[in-house]
Design a protein around this ligand. Sequence first.
Ligand SMILES: [Zn+2]
Length: 161
Amino acid sequence: MLAAMITDVDRDWLARAVDLARQALDAGDEPYGSVLVGADGTELFADHNRISGGDATRHPEFAIARWAAGNLTAQGRADAVVYTSGEHCAMCSAAHGWVGLGRIVYAASSAQIGRWRAELGHPPAAVNAIPVQDVVPGIVVDGPDEEQGARVKELVARMPR
Ligand SMILES: [Zn+2]
């Protein structure tokens, strides 16, 4: 599917997602944050990575899918946009697809983050990086964004090895 364009409004939401990623890092979690925005342009739900407690599935995109399933109509989910600091992993892409959420805008791609982590000497991730479009057919995805992606890169560089 053709990607739309990342607008100034999108960039503001991406900045919010990256702010959440920084909060996660400061709390001892991995630097990933995500925001769910409704069709009317209001923030519906936001979260950041919470894996420091030992549950490696506590990703914000997964939390958003679960929240959306319990709180939005099918149409509301389809019309909502998920802004996220880093592209969904395969688990979160699947959750996004299963609950029928709409467009995804990310600051940095999984491929970029994987490359940065490797350059910094982090061990390979436990799950392969698969583009969202390869998990969810027909999904509209926009990213990466140069400015907010650079902020994500700085956060990844601050991660403990
Ligand atoms: Zn994930």
